[in-house]
Design a binder for this molecule. Sequence first.
Ligand code: C2O
Ligand code: CU
Length: 499
Amino acid sequence: GLALSAAWARRPAVTGEELRSEAELPQAFSLPLPIPPVLAPVESGAGGDRYEMVQREVEAEILPGYATRLWTYEGSFPGPTIEARRGRPVTVLHRNELTVPTVVHLHGGRTPAASDGYPTDLVLPQGWTGHHAHSMPDDRAVVTDVQREYGFPLDQRAAMLWYHDHRMDFTGPAIWRGLAGLHFVRDEVEDALDLPRSDRELPLMIADRAFDAEGQLAYPSLDPTLTGEHGVEEPFLAGVMGDVVLVNGAPWPIHEVDTGLYRLRILNASNARHYELEAVAEDGRTVPLVQIGSDQGLLAAPVRHERLPLAPAERYDVLIDFAGLPVGSTVRLANRLGSGGTAEVMAFRIAREGASAPIPETLADDLPEWDRSEAAVVRDLAFRAGRMEDGRHGWVVDGLPFDPARTDVTARFGEVEVWRLIADVHHPVHLHLVGFRVLSRGGRTPLPHDAGLKDTVSLRPGEAVEIITRFDGYRGRFLFHCHNAEHEDMGMMANLEIV
Ligand code: C2O
Ligand code: CU
């Protein structure tokens, strides 16, 4: 039986597996691209930078004329950006003024387990301390308070990381409502390259959403207050997708550029949608996207793409050169996997002439390389449909839905391992703590966009992907999971214990 809450009854229509908005949508490329604010530390010293963030609900105008309720970090969606340096520790005190428990995870961070945002390490809403904690499945693991200080050593390569909610079973709806932000790490390797800076470096957080007739974010949750259940309704087992593409929180925005070189820091923060980006000039010509970095920082050398696939949680660091394009013309960033509104992402308007700059021929020389022969262990892990503990349909890793009380993989500190990942449908698989290299895809050499150090790899139906990494940094309990947020909430997550 499906229980229908009032919110569920008002939800927008569904086409296929996509929600269709009922609010009036703006014309594509009519709104400016917002750039998320950079958060100022409350304290800076020899020991690092200290920040404070309040998680609270706000109303914001995402669609012109509508006030949309959002769950935010510090009142903005995306949350404020943190700018950090390699090896300079950051602490963030999070206070929860929302009405639900939350968990903060720094995606891509080399973070000790205590600050990694384990899904049951809750930051409780005001007044919730005590009895609610006992309904969590693993009482031993529950750490709860109304505020929590997360410590990030950031001893890692320069990269664009992102922070987002990671509460067990509820990550999908929490990110959908706005709990996501960017976190940059910079280092000397990056400084030494003459890459586009300041207003020539654009963070682009891409995320699809759908809006109901009142302009509220639509999410097809089973309502736990009515049913005691959680998760999404059956048509959304594949993941929740909307018909509106937001970049930095604005629908199909436009940004003014000159005819110079720009650096795009792209994140797919969508719950379930995959994109294939192509920059298209007015004359129909493709403007190449020159990849210089991956999830975990710079590549050894640039990789040129006409089309760039983008799975949930992946980041791509890309240069785009607008040289030679007519002033007054527009370059669209299109999504070749979309149709209708989801076929467009954003646009660049060439507003004036600018000085072009060369694209460096070589980039970073600090990429870790591991050889298959170093591997102490080779593991096979299957990401497939399965049943959750209560018998409902869900998604599982090696036949088992997530259980915080079970250790799924025990890795020895310092050892190199090869993981052979296999999937039934698309699953973007993410490992906490470590970066990895893609060794092979479908038994052949990896695809061009698999280059570099990754923390999320896109598995395609029936295709085995081999990854290699060394489990170092910290001991303790970490996670690996599918980053389709609905798959993750429906069981496709497992514990990785480093001993
Ligand atoms: Cu982006 Cu375990 O998460
Ligand atoms: Cu998945």
